[in-house]
Design a protein around this ligand. Structure first.
Ligand SMILES: Cc1ncc(COP(=O)(O)O)c(C=O)c1O
Length: 392
């Protein structure tokens, strides 16, 4: 068998060496504290599981979903949630589309918009799905930096005009993975004004919209005047309700973008199992994620306060599962991640894996398997204090 040449365009897996060291540590029976994965460690709320059981007994969920853009009850419920959460009216028929998770929507919006030679503007550091699919589609990703001095928001005016001319989409993600940064409505208004001038479609990834702390509520870009003409936003139940394995989300926004994505998807997939879609619709307006958020916040406080006692000066992220910490002097992100693993049995992700501008940072995730009340984070801090040379 000969695989398609385009597969060779996928960049090498930068976490390979870390993954090898992790396997080695586990094989040696070491007690690893894994701050690598950004996957909720708590179970899906029991009442959500109960609804899946109920809906899965309904034979109408057992067949292909032949609806135009997703199970109608799900999209109706998602529209109700969107209105109550963001104050934005959405037409489920033209402005919404069921997704098999937001990753699926992010990958396919590229194939629905990027022709060979087109440019996709993508953040560095950033979640890499749009970048990699752009390469596969024969397009060119142009990486713009997210810098700490700008609160990890892009400076759109610094993207060269000839690049913008070739750009079809810009990918943004707030609350942000990996930096934990958040965006204001004023920033989104700037983005929308820019998109109206340039004709570039904004693809906004809102997967972490509900992972908020300290009373903060992340905005949707669709709250901004004119956004529905130029933006499509991806939403997901994965992080909100500990449902990463369920694979359900939705896209909302520009009717043209929704239509293009739907045209592509209807030739690729046959939508999610309707019982999952119905359960997701119920969950959006009835389930609560507050217990899980309380635990994540407790872990965040232990980790950030602990790192600050060891010499860092970190602010507590207001959203996401991630603490994005600069590496101490003399380290790269890869050498520091290796040192943490070898000298403290703590696994963190080197920022380089998210793009060249991530290299001065490591990402520590607050979704820690086996942690009941923050004790594993406290232990991680002790191990770093006792085992790692920090060179401040
Ligand atoms: C920024 C970002 N977007 C999207 C996703 C994918 O989420 P989903 O489970 O909805 O596909 C992730 C998952 O880690 C993510 O970090």
């Amino acid at each position: 068998m000969q695989q398609a040449k385009r597969l060779s365009l996928i960049p090498p897996y930068l976490f390979g060496e870390i993954a090898r060291l992790k396997r080695q540590a586990l094989a040696e029976g070491k007690d690893l504290i894994d701050l690598g994965i950004g996957d909720p460690d708590q179970p899906t709320p029991i009442e959500v599981i109960d609804h899946l059981t109920e809906y899965s007994h309904d034979p109408s969920t057992h067949c292909y979903d032949e609806s135009a853009n997703g199970r109608v009850e799900f999209l109706d419920q998602a529209a109700v949630w969107f209105k109550s959460r963001f104050g934005v009216d959405l037409d489920p028929k033209t402005e919404m589309l069921e997704l098999i998770g937001s990753k699926e929507g992010l990958a396919h919006i590229v194939w629905a918009t990027i022709d060979p030679g087109d440019v996709a503007l993508v953040p560095d550091p950033g979640y890499t799905v749009v970048k990699v699919n752009t390469l596969l589609a024969g397009g060119t990703p142009y990486e713009f930096p997210l810098l700490p001095e700008n609160g990890f928001l892009p400076e759109l005016e610094k993207i060269p005009a000839d690049v913008v001319k070739k750009a079809k989409i810009i990918y943004l993600n707030y609350p942000n993975n990996p930096t934990g940064a958040i965006a204001t409505k004023e920033f989104f208004q700037k983005v929308v004004n820019w998109a109206r001038e340039t004709g570039v479609l904004v693809v906004h990834d809102c997967a972490y919209s509900e992972v908020n702390f300290d009373g903060y509520k992340a905005p949707s870009i669709l709250e901004v005047e004119g956004a529905k003409e130029v933006a499509i936003e991806m939403h997901s139940l994965s992080k909100t309700f500990n449902m990463t394995g369920w694979r359900i989300g939705f896209a909302a926004g520009s009717p043209d973008a929704i239509k293009a994505l739907n045209t592509l998807k209807s030739n690729v997939d046959s939508k999610q199992f309707a019982a999952i879609a119905l359960t997701a619709g119920w969950a959006l307006n009835n389930a609560s994620n507050s217990a899980a958020l309380e635990l994540i916040k407790r872990r965040r406080d232990i980790l950030v306060d602990g790192l600050n006692r060891l010499g860092w000066s970190l602010e507590k992220p207001k959203a996401t599962f991630y603490v994005w910490a600069p590496v101490p002097p003399g380290y790269t992100s890869v050498t520091f991640a290796k040192t943490l693993l070898e000298d403290a049995n703590v696994l963190a992700i080197p920022g380089l894996g998210y793009g060249p501008h991530g290299d001065g940072f490591i990402r520590m995730s607050l979704t820690v398997n086996g942690d009941k009340n923050g004790e594993r984070l406290a232990q991680a801090i002790e191990r770093i204090r006792d085992g790692v040379k920090l060179n401040w």
